[in-house]
Design a protein around this ligand. Structure first.
Ligand code: FAD
Length: 410
């Protein structure tokens, strides 16, 4: 494995870093103030976002996540990793470069499985950053980490599907620009095998019967104006052409969709941790307690060292997972994807927590990004599958390696 960055990637890293320093970090506060000044946090987008999106697009820092060169930058996962990491340093950055979840995952689904009509109607405006989308799979009434539990129903009626279901944590559903949901449901009265009973269907959010019941908050953060919606679908009718790939393909798409999406979260978490450690290192050299700078205290030094070790380990595992995805495919890389999906959020939580501690009370305030990044990292031990489910998958693969030896002994 060669993890050295190509010239193209180094040039993009430099360009992206310069953009972050000139436009993103200085405008984090501007974004917060603009959002705060809105009468309704869900009705408008702070204007700074659209301004910066335009600048990023002009500079070619746009859709870097898409490996498909017909639509995106044509970078491999390994090439995208260090760039996504830079974006992860700021919670407002991914959208500025049109690289934010869940749109990236949804765009990849449309690129891979969408019809020409679906691409024209939804993929093109998403790639242009004109609209946004959401992904409605999780349900409040069932343990949704097991996708076979999904109860939302799909029923065919002539040339239409009728959809019913209750979803929540539909990220992006509160955004006034969010025009379409990818709805995951189960066909009624199906006798198909358990993993072929589900389909994904495109549902324009304006369709009668779609209702945003409320916006949820995570650790008190509403993440407006995108947010996380609780949505009901009541006798929602969509044309049969809105199905993605075909009936019964929902589970297979979910597996494909979540591979790149998961690793992108991990790449961003490494950036968040790296920024926290950098800020910690500055802060502890600037402040003195008990006649020494904080950075001269042994315990602080130990935490800095542990954080550096944690980040390097997670970065290498992320790069390995990206390398495997590029070389042997997402399916073969599933153990590495699962490993990094467990490692990265837990690593970021440890590193950010140490930084918060070093900042004192300031660390838990909203004057710095540490508290918000900590909360975001914590949600990523659940979103895109809880830790336990990924650990279970890793253990399954590991146990299988030794099954033949067990059989030999019996
Ligand atoms: C901020 C945020 C954003 C999200 N965005 C989206 C989105 O855009 N679209 C969407 O559809 N969903 C989204 N989700 C939902 C997320 O994917 C689910 O919460 C997750 O899959 C877990 O499902 P659940 O909440 O139903 O937990 P459950 O399935 O009820 O699981 C509860 C707990 O049980 C334990 N558990 C589960 N399985 C096992 C096992 N095999 N072994 C041991 N323990 C186990 C785990 O501790 C788990 O946390 C989001 C969640 C968050 C927090």
């Amino acid at each position: 494995m060669d993890f050295s960055y190509s010239e193209k990637v180094v040039a993009l890293q430099q360009k992206l870093t310069a953009f972050m320093e000139s436009y993103v970090y200085p405008n984090e506060q501007v974004y917060a103030e603009q959002l705060q000044a809105q009468e309704n946090r869900w009705s408008e987008i702070p204007p700074i976002i659209e301004e910066l999106k335009q600048k990023a697009q002009e500079q070619g820092l746009w859709n870097l996540f898409l490996p498909d060169s017909e639509y995106g930058a044509g970078l491999s996962n390994l090439e995208y990793a260090p760039l996504c990491e830079i974006m992860g340093r700021s919670l407002i950055a991914p959208e500025i470069f049109n690289c934010n979840a869940p749109d990236t995952g949804n765009m990849e689904v449309l690129v891979r499985y969408g019809t020409e009509q679906q691409k024209k109607q939804w993929l093109e405006p998403l790639l242009a950053g004109e609209i946004r989308s959401c992904f409605a799979m999780t349900e409040p009434d069932v343990a949704s980490s097991d996708a076979t539990n999904i109860e939302a129903s799909i029923e065919r009626d002539g040339n239409e599907y009728i959809l019913n279901g209750h979803k929540w944590w539909t990220t992006g559903g509160g955004d006034p620009r969010c025009k379409v949901a990818i709805f995951m449901g189960k066909h009624r009265n199906t006798i198909a095998p358990i993993h072929e009973q589900q389909s994904m269907i495109l549902v324009p959010l304006q369709t009668p019967g779609v209702k945003i019941e409320r916006m949820l908050s995570a650790f008190g953060y509403d993440h407006a104006p995108e947010g996380h919606a609780e949505v009901t679908f009541t006798n929602v009718r969509v044309p049969i052409e809105n199905i993605i790939w075909g009936e019964g393909k929902g589970f297979a798409i979910a597996q494909g969709r979540l591979g790149p999406g998961r690793i992108h979260h991990c790449m961003r978490l490494i950036g968040a941790a790296e920024r926290a450690l950098g800020e910690m290192c500055i802060r502890v050299q600037e402040r003195t307690a008990f006649h020494r700078t904080l950075g001269e205290q042994g315990v602080i030094r130990e935490r800095i060292a542990e954080s550096r070790i944690d980040i390097e380990q997670a970065r290498l595992l992320t790069l390995k997972a990206a390398f495997m995805m590029d070389t042997v495919g997402n399916k073969e890389a599933k153990a590495e994807i699962a490993m990094i999906k467990v490692t990265a959020p837990n690593m970021a939580l440890r590193v950010i927590d140490r930084a918060i501690q070093a900042f004192g009370a300031a660390g838990v305030s909203s004057d710095f990004t540490l508290a918000a990044q900590w909360a975001n990292s914590r949600t990523l031990r659940l979103a895109d599958g809880p830790d336990e489910v990924h650990r279970n998958q890793i253990a399954k693969i590991e146990l299988k390696k030794h099954t033949s030896k067990v059989k030999e002994r019996v």
